[in-house]
Design a protein. Structure first.
Length: 104
């Protein structure tokens, strides 16, 4: 699981792009970083927690599509999915998430 979520090059690129999207200065997570300490300041943890869950789940689902359905890796498609999910969660009232997302 660590490899899929934070260890492989594909997931590391995904984390880099998502962290850049929310203008975070956090470093890309590693297997040992999935504790709450990595998640950032307490004031933004609820929103960050939601974004971490969305990103990890989407990475997991994307990996399953690659393995079981024979699809190719699609970083742009995955990023669009994560961003769409995050915006939907924010619109539904996920605590603190809207404050992390870019306006546009």
């Amino acid at each position: 699981m660590d490899h899929i979520i934070v260890g492989c090059t594909f997931s590391r690129i995904t984390w880099h792009e998502i962290l850049s999207w929310i203008r975070s200065v956090s470093r890309i997570p590693t297997a040992g970083d999935m504790s709450v300490d990595w998640w950032g300041p307490i004031a933004s943890r609820k929103g960050t927690s939601s974004l971490i869950m969305i990103t990890a789940f989407c990475l997991w689902k994307h990996c399953n599509v690659i393995i079981f359905d024979g699809a190719g890796p699609d970083i742009a498609g995955l990023l669009d999915t994560i961003k769409t999910e995050a915006k939907s969660w924010a619109a539904a009232g996920a605590s603190g998430l809207a404050a992390l997302l870019p306006i546009a």
